[in-house]
Design a protein around this ligand. Structure first.
Ligand code: HMG
Ligand code: MG
Length: 302
């Protein structure tokens, strides 16, 4: 294995994790949770999204959350934005990074952001460019890279076409999303091999959902191809409400366990991570589904 020595884990739990929960979390609890995440050694936290609250009511308190958290200088606090209106909110709340998003498949793009792929480009181009002018770094997500809940298979050419456009508008990093957790390691190798012929590996991140238990295997393949940025959500929450069948993100605690065991540095403190996960379990009144949290609970009951 050709393994990297250092990996950046990008915590997306406060956004991807909470957007898919039926239960609303109190704003002050979100703020306290993000403050706890800031103490874990994570260097990147996606804290919310500035989307239409009618579409994602769970994150309607985006401005308040972004304005109220305690910020640390060495952490990038990011937020998802779908359009100019979202960018205004993100700039008002002064997040460090904005992330635009669209899909490689037409139907998911339409269901998720109400537009065709070709109609999305003229919306995102000015968002990316104005974000950069405002001094923000801009990240791009491509969803349904490994399969679409409505269309099934997605061609590598569609993934490359969307990626090419987003990079041409100025995004710094592209996160490739396995939105419904269908990817397998062979497919990850095939897609990444093509992606890496066109874009530098430092500017690619992987965003795996763990619906079918393949996320860590997929991470290993990506690591072997030189990828060092991985998105995950503490405790394994997550999913896109506009992608039927989507479930939890790769869990940050499980990813950290595997990387730490392999001697790969992440800068994250396991105990603080577990504390933050326990806090969320208490506030949500439910157990988080990650393997690590299951193991932690069995230690307590033994
Ligand atoms: P639309 O209805 O087509 O928007 O929604 P519109 O431009 O026609 O405007 C309609 C109304 O929405 C107007 O209000 C706008 O002001 C308002 P009205 O005049 O009717 O009162 N509006 C907004 N309000 C607040 N914030 C905004 C905003 N924009 C318009 N930013 C839109 C288009 C994109 C807004 C909508 O479809 C939307 O919000 N979608 C978000 C869906 C979403 O958040 N999905 C989950 C995130 S993506 C994901 O999870 C995948 C990822 O994790 C990677 C992976 O796993 O693959 C990233
Ligand atoms: Mg996601």
């Amino acid at each position: 294995m050709n393994l990297q020595k250092k990996v950046t884990i990008k915590e997306v739990g406060p956004r991807d994790g909470l957007q898919n929960e039926k239960q609303m979390i109190q704003t002050e609890d979100k703020i306290e949770w993000i403050n706890m995440l800031s103490e874990t050694g994570l260097t990147y936290i996606e804290i919310t999204s500035f989307v239409n609250p009618r579409w994602i009511p769970q994150l309607a308190d985006a401005v308040q959350v972004a304005k109220s958290i305690k910020r640390k200088n060495d952490i990038t606090y990011a937020a998802l934005v779908p359009n100019e209106r979202g960018l205004e909110g993100a700039l008002e709340a002064n997040v460090d990074e904005v992330a635009v998003f669209m899909s490689a498949s037409e139907t998911h793009n339409l269901k998720n952001i109400n537009k065709s792929i070709s109609d999305t480009y003229p919306v995102l181009k000015p968002v990316i460019q104005e974000g950069i002018v405002a001094g923000k770094s801009v990240r791009g997500y491509v969803s349904t890279v490994f399969g679409c809940p409505y269309e099934g298979e997605v061609s590598i050419d569609s993934v490359l076409a969307v990626s090419e456009q987003l990079f041409s508008y100025g995004i710094e990093e592209l996160s490739l999303g396995d939105t419904i957790g269908v990817a397998n390691p062979k497919q990850v190798e095939e897609v990444l091999t093509e992606v890496l012929k066109r874009f530098p590996r430092e500017r690619i991140a992987m965003h795996f959902h763990n619906t079918r238990g393949t996320a860590l295997a997929n991470v290993l393949v990506a690591l072997n191809l030189g990828i060092t940025n991985f998105d995950s959500a503490l405790g394994g929450l997550g999913g896109c409400p506009y992608a039927p069948g989507a479930s939890g993100n790769l869990a940050t605690d499980d990813l950290h366990y595997m990387l730490a065991g392999m001697g790969i540095e992440t800068g994250i403190n396991k105990e603080k991570l577990i504390q933050a996960a326990r806090f969320l379990e208490e506030k949500m009144g439910k157990e988080l589904p990650s393997h690590t949290m299951q193991t932690e609970r069995s230690k307590i009951s033994n």
